[in-house]
Ligand binder design. Structure first.
Ligand code: BGC
Length: 343
């Protein structure tokens, strides 16, 4: 009798396990995505966040799969971001989208994600290659910094060739410039600075650096630096080369306060306020990342790796890991003094 009971129990357990097994294979009807931003007050990151939210809703409408976005601000602290990652994992997030605070210190996030088997889509602040190579479920979405810089330099080269006096404002045969740089540890600052200036030189623009400084991507810091430079070197600066639009806008703020209108300012990003400054003629030009694609690549990649589906073909991954978002030059139509030319 006891033997029969035992057999029945074993049989029942087997049936139950089989049922659970087949339940597991059923397609998911919802996905939870944990997103951590290095700083929620960064203009460019905010632009990307809006697109991500919009694209997630679009995906939910079209697929019928419920998407829950849990978006957190790390407020510039790697410790805070690490805790956010712990919480995302404890909450059962299917995938993480991380904009690292310290791109050199992503290893803890990667450890946690690997242990929990949760894939990670990093964006905008590129972890070092050694970290990215640790697991085949780590991805990165960003823009190619060298391409950005070459495009930024090229917009001035093109203008100089067409209309030298629009760049060499005082006609002395030298274009005197100042340089505004982003955070020193950010891959974009270093590469953008190097290649922008190199492109100007290679393109035959006779440049001379007056001064430069780090304004950490921030409008107010750039404005303060520019104010000092205008006081120290009055009537010399002809061009402001900025690593991003926010710092370019800071330089424009200082120029406006000083009542100076004939200095060219160039930025990068094509953010909402950057585009307004371009339209109103205050910014000479910017290099704009395609934010629609940037945001939809984050959502597309996150959703497919979170659901365990094949990765979408529309975002081709270099080395199976990196998606480089296309970008374009947007310049004020200086000949007309109005409108925007797209190259
Ligand atoms: C953008 C900056 C932004 C920074 C944040 C850069 O790629 O150009 O505007 O502040 O990323 O990481």
């Amino acid at each position: 009798m006891r033997g029969k009971k035992l057999l029945l129990l074993v049989g029942l357990t087997l049936i139950l396990t089989a049922c659970q097994g087949s339940q597991k294979e059923e397609p998911k009807t919802s996905i939870r995505i944990g997103i951590s931003l290095y700083r929620g007050d960064d203009t460019f990151i905010n632009n990307i966040r809006s697109v991500v939210e919009e694209k997630a809703k679009e995906y939910e409408r079209e697929s019928g799969i419920k998407v829950t976005l849990d978006i957190q601000d790390a407020k510039g602290s790697q410790n805070t971001q690490n805790s956010q990652v712990e919480r995302f994992i404890a909450l059962g997030c299917d995938v993480l989208c991380i904009n690292p605070v310290d791109r050199m210190d992503a290893s803890l996030i990667i450890d946690r994600a690997m242990t929990a088997g949760v894939p990670v889509v990093f964006f905008n602040r590129q972890p070092v290659e050694e970290d990215m190579n640790r697991w085949d479920r780590l991805y990165y979405i960003g823009v190619d910094a060298r391409e950005t810089a070459v495009l930024q330099g090229r917009m001035v080269v093109d203008l100089y060739r067409k209309q030298p006096d629009a760049v060499d404002r005082n006609g002395d045969g030298v274009v005197s410039y100042v340089l505004l740089e982003g955070e020193s540890s950010h891959q974009d600052s270093l590469i953008r600075t190097e290649w922008s200036i190199q492109t100007l030189k290679d393109g035959g623009v006779p440049i001379e650096k007056i001064t430069g400084g780090i304004a950490n991507w921030e409008r107010s810091q750039a404005s303060a630096l520019m104010e000092q430079w205008l006081l120290a070197c009055p009537d010399i600066i002809e061009l402001v080369v900025s690593n991003n639009d926010d710092m370019a806008l800071g330089a424009i703020d200082a120029l406006e306060r000083a009542g100076i209108a004939d200095v060219n300012v160039i930025g990068i990003d094509g953010t909402t306020p950057g585009m307004e400054a371009l339209k109103s003629g205050k910014l000479l030009g910017t290099v704009s990342a395609n934010k629609e694609l940037y945001g939809s690549a984050i959502v597309g990649l996150a959703v497919s790796c979170g659901l365990g589906e094949e990765l979408p073909e529309e975002y081709p991954l270099e080395e199976g890991t990196y998606y480089w978002t296309p970008q374009e030059i947007l310049v004020r139509d200086s000949a007309q003094g109005e409108g925007i030319e797209e190259n």
